[in-house]
Design a protein. Structure first.
Length: 206
């Protein structure tokens, strides 16, 4: 009589554990390495080559901007400014004495103040817009020059804000308002003239 077949019992749990361990090792090998944190917060990764390129680009732009700006001479020293003002005042006084000698009826000229500066801008703007033209002559209008002069008045008002007396500020604001109103009226006239219908074409004669 033949012997009964022998059966060997295999513990599948052992093989399962070995397979899982092998899979874990393979996954760990394929996972990309994480940066080692040196502090408690997130780490910022900086591309040094890109950072260097940006730095060079910014430096080049700054050099171009600096080259485009006009080179100004050094400011005069306090002693140079004082010496120049003294010489200027002396020359101006000699000129006034000469003029008054030729015109005895003319009194002394008042000192130049802030209101004279404002009035100078106003007169310039009005002349550029055709004011003061003699009768019978066609006004010569420099509308772009007038706009620039009025804009200078606006800059003067902005830069002197809070540093003027009440009378000076009232004078400046009034002059700026009047100059702008004249500019608006003139540009409206120019616009109306620009949209006029062209003359009709000449009729053909048979």
């Amino acid at each position: 009589m033949s012997e009964p077949p022998k059966f060997e019992v295999i513990d599948r749990r052992k093989f399962k554990a070995e397979e899982e361990e092998q899979e874990n090792k393979q996954a760990a090998a394929e996972k990309p390495a994480e940066p080692v944190a040196t502090g408690g917060g997130p780490q910022l990764v900086v591309n040094e080559s890109s950072l260097e390129a940006e730095r060079k680009s910014a430096q080049a732009e700054a050099e171009v901007a600096a080259a485009a700006e006009p080179e100004l001479p050094p400011a005069p020293t306090a002693a140079e400014s004082h010496e120049q003002k003294t010489a200027y005042d002396g020359a101006a006084q000699r000129l006034e004495d000469l003029v008054r000698a030729q015109n005895p009826a003319m009194g002394a000229q008042p000192p130049v103040g802030f209101e004279h500066l404002v009035q100078q801008f106003y007169v310039s703007a009005m002349i550029q817009m055709g004011a003061g033209t003699q009768e019978g002559q066609r006004p010569r209008v420099d509308i772009l020059g007038a706009r620039a002069t009025i804009d200078l008045l606006a800059v003067l008002a902005e830069k002197t804000k809070g540093n003027l007396t009440e009378a000076e500020d009232r004078t400046l604001q009034t002059v700026l308002y009047e100059a702008r109103m004249a500019f608006l009226e003139l540009t409206s006239m120019i616009s109306l003239q620009g949209v006029q219908a062209p003359p009709p074409p000449p009729t053909e004669q048979h």
